[in-house]
Ligand binder design. Structure first.
Ligand SMILES: Cc1ncc(COP(=O)(O)O)c(C=O)c1O
Length: 364
């Protein structure tokens, strides 16, 4: 059975993208592969707003998120924790054997610039991780304000996860001074999972040169050696790089600014729909994500029941909450190729069945 995905990743993949993936492959040391990388790289860098290298990693985002920790942390890493993915990054840092500290904010709250400055002033850290858009709570931190703080700490390497915000709004890596910016392909880029991206500044590369235990698969120095030849260190997921090439064609044909505006409009439509039904946004409105909406389930909707019927009757799915707020929240993604029309179609379908599920949530 196939159904349309409005979960916050992976998202719906277009026929065109699927078709691009069936292009016959070639060897990753061939001139044809070099040509393919030459075709995607300038446009990918444009989306990162960077002149730094962008490494292509055959892994999901966690690969390069863990890799970044292994490459740049010497003294200690401060993990900004305000949701499921950022909390997990703290755990991953410790599992990598690093000295790690957590700057904890309540789920649904953004990373606080003042608290960040105070914590970095302790001089305990030479790296920091921030999730720009906490997908678990639909909360987007103010990356400009945070980057102003980071600029006061030139010895700290910043690692920013833009997994669920990249290409949904501009995130100007070089201007913001982000050292390591990571993202994946299955969110706003609307490509099937398996390819992730990591753009690394000179400062972060220099740090990596001095760090022991970087391993091999995610070693920035290995990535850079092959990046300079328009290759990858090991056999990459070539089919997804074809998908990326096709998606970059789509993005630049639509126009990046138009794409950002479309995401914003999709997001607004869903948010207004939620408010009109009496749902409250989980984060404070001004920190609400532009790529998804996370609403409180304050109407006690039987989410499993609703989701089941939506899938059976309309072949569509959204998400019934993540981690410790599963059931207490729900999330609707507006990423990728969705349009105001497709968002309205989803919402109309939900409206047809929603009344029967309101007030029917089973208490855990
Ligand atoms: C903000 C964020 N970071 C990291 C991840 C992990 O990505 P992956 O499962 O593709 O490794 C996700 C996945 O949803 C995410 O939303």
């Amino acid at each position: 059975m196939s159904y349309k995905l409005f979960i916050p990743g992976p998202v719906e993949v277009s026929e065109k993208t699927y078709k691009a993936m069936t292009t016959p492959i070639f060897g990753h040391r061939s001139k044809d592969f070099v040509k393919l990388v030459e075709e995607v790289m300038p446009r990918l860098k444009q989306l990162f707003y960077t002149n730094d290298p962008v490494f292509l990693s055959t892994s999901s985002s966690w690969g390069v998120m863990e890799g970044a920790i292994r490459n740049v942390v010497k003294k200690g890493v401060l993990n900004c924790c305000n949701g499921a993915f950022s909390d997990k990054w703290f755990d991953v840092s410790k599992r990598c054997g690093k000295e790690a500290g957590a700057l904890v904010a309540e789920w649904g709250k953004p990373v606080d610039p003042e608290a960040l400055e105070k914590e970095l002033s302790t001089n305990k850290y030479d790296a920091v991780t921030i999730i720009h858009n906490e997908t678990s709570t639909g909360t987007m931190s103010d990356i400009s304000a945070l980057s102003e703080v980071l600029k006061k700490f030139p010895d700290v390497v910043s690692i920013v996860d833009t997994v669920s915000s990249f290409s949904a709004l501009p995130i100007k890596k070089d201007e913001l001074g982000i050292d390591v910016m990571v993202t994946g392909c299955q969110k706003a880029l609307a490509i099937p999972p398996g390819l992730s991206f990591c753009s690394v500044s000179d400062k972060a590369m220099k740090r990596a040169e001095t760090v022991e235990g970087r391993g091999y698969y995610f070693d920035f120095l290995e990535f850079k050696k092959f990046y300079d030849k328009n290759q990858t260190p090991s056999t990459p997921i070539i089919s997804l790089i074809y998908a990326l090439r096709s998606k970059l064609d789509d993005i630049f044909e639509e126009g990046v600014e138009n794409r950002y505006a479309r995401h914003l409009e999709n997001n607004r439509i869903v948010r207004q729909w939620g408010y009109a039904h009496g749902f409250e946004l989980f984060p404070e409105e001004k920190y609400g994500s532009v790529s998804l909406n996370c609403f409180k389930n304050n109407l006690d909707v039987d989410l499993p029941g609703l989701l089941d019927e939506l899938k059976k009757r309309f072949a569509m799915v959204f998400n019934g909450g993540y981690g410790k707020i599963k059931g207490k929240t729900f999330r609707i993604s507006n990423m990728g190729d969705e349009t105001p029309e497709t968002m309205k179609e989803l919402l109309d379908n939900i409206d047809q069945i929603l009344p029967a599920y309101i007030g029917k949530a089973k208490q855990a």
